[in-house]
Design a protein around this ligand. Structure first.
Ligand code: GLN
Length: 317
């Protein structure tokens, strides 16, 4: 059952969250994503952190209930779905699992496999959306994706129509990637409905609390700790965390694994989803981004949380 997030001054986690929040809130550098006007119009100073445990407990501070678009964080969740629906072999035939060292929107495939490097960059994520479209059907694919994201979060999520329309109207680079995927055989025709699915999945509205709940569902072997529903397949959750760990933070993925040590996925909407296997999910939201496209306060607060709660995967204690 869900325990409500009234901060408890005697709770260690609430004290830590309050401290991290106060320490990282003064950081105001970084810039909003501005490749579409909708993203540059959000209040720049919003900042929220949420932590959800695999026992169903929620801790939060600041603007943890402000909605923003999930953007690239959706890539981890669609990857998890694809693994469950068709298995590893088929998924690996569409996108690999190697960090690319290239920006997320790079037009670049592995020279050996002629496939996108991994499913956390746009090319790989679009290939995975193509797979979902093939399996789920053009009509139903997005509804099923939205339903799955919603069940992972434990509440009905919705599409931000204006972000979706702008993504679709301006996403020519992603369209080019789609056609290249077609040319190498990593996608099937027609291309446009696949991009439509991709633009929609990026435009789902979430809060830091939703990301924490989704993270807790992944951490809890795919079972939403609040609803007790098996939302994601247990084997798919393992593979998804592996790819988040190695590729989830754009070109800072190596540094992140070294310093923070938590499987995570960020999005240019300003969110970062983190998963501490078997323990907690974390969500942060602050829309000012660094040069890699990661939330500046998000990265700073994860570093502090990892240190103070001992969350690094290779911590000794
Ligand atoms: N919709 C964005 C794009 O594909 C998502 C990018 C992101 O969050 N990195 O360009």
């Amino acid at each position: 059952t869900s325990v409500d997030a009234v901060p408890n001054p005697t709770s260690q986690v609430d004290q830590m969250l309050a401290y991290v929040y106060e320490q990282t809130r003064p950081i105001t550098h970084g810039v909003l994503a501005d490749y579409i006007p909708e993203l540059s119009k959000v209040p720049a100073d919003s900042f929220g952190i949420a932590v959800a445990t695999t026992k169903g407990k929620l801790h939060k501070v600041g603007d943890a209930d402000v909605e923003f678009t999930i953007q690239s964080t959706s890539k981890a969740l669609t990857y998890c779905m694809a693994l469950e629906l068709v298995g590893r072999k088929e998924v690996l035939s569409r996108a690999g699992v190697e960090p690319s060292g290239d920006p997320f929107n790079a037009i670049e495939f592995s020279p050996e496999t002629r496939r996108p490097f991994n499913p956390m960059v746009n090319a790989g994520a679009i290939a995975i959306s193509g797979l979902l479209r093939d399996i789920l059907g053009e009509q139903k694919a997005f509804d099923l994706v939205l339903d799955r994201f919603s069940r992972a979060a434990g509440r009905q999520l919705s599409l931000n129509e204006s972000v979706y329309r702008s993504e679709a109207a301006t996403g020519h680079r992603n369209r080019a990637i789609g056609h290249l995927l077609l040319s190498v055989g990593a996608m099937t025709e027609p291309v446009e409905p696949v991009l439509d699915l991709y633009f929609k999945q990026c435009s789902v509205m979430v809060t830091a609390t939703d990301l924490a709940r989704i993270g807790a569902t992944i951490a809890n072997l795919g079972v939403n700790p609040v609803t007790n529903e098996q939302v994601f397949d247990i084997d798919a959750v393992r593979d998804t965390q592996s790819v988040m760990f190695t590729c989830g933070m754009y070109d800072y993925s190596g540094g992140w694994a070294y310093e923070v040590g938590i499987p995570a996925k960020s999005g240019v909407g300003g969110g970062i989803l983190g998963v501490v296997n078997r323990q907690i999910g974390i969500g942060t939201y602050s829309p000012r981004l660094d040069s890699n496209g990661n939330s500046v306060r998000g990265v700073a607060s994860y570093r502090m949380m990892s240190d103070s709660l001992g969350l690094h995967s290779f911590d000794l204690t």
